[in-house]
Design a protein around this ligand. Sequence first.
Ligand SMILES: [Zn+2]
Length: 171
Amino acid sequence: MTSGVIGSQSSLSDYHQEMHDDAMRLKDNMLLARGEGLTYQEIAELFDVSRQRVHQILTGYRSPATHASLHDPIRKAKRKRTVKQVVLAHYGNGKVACVKCGFSDIRALSIDHINGDGWKDRAKSNGNTFHRGGSGMYYYLRRNSYPEGYQTLCMNCQFIKRETRQEYRRY
Ligand SMILES: [Zn+2]
């Protein structure tokens, strides 16, 4: 499609249908993030739109599929990833990437407690102890307004950091 000229009626309506589908998908994803308890600001950052736009989209027409998908186990698993993305981006200086080397595959990224004691580091949340790196960590950090002292690191950089610390201890 060049210079915005659309050849025929049928491709014009296809085009509009596609736009509409995209908008509904965006809205569904935002509603799911909202259902997970993310603020408008966090959703705006996650989807790279303004806060006002998030409000506009979320207060508009609600897709009938949304209610069902809020309770769908697969969508629930995806929402967990959404919270992980938001937290990783916060501690990755705005990017879902390792702050040391820039590696950006979310599967190998996690939160590192900067002055923590490697794998032994744990955080208390509502009386429950959970392991660093578990999904509880992301909810904990988000609920506590993103405390300082954490950073997003890839597994390589975490292993290197751990090795380096062990070497220090030996001498
Ligand atoms: Zn790294």
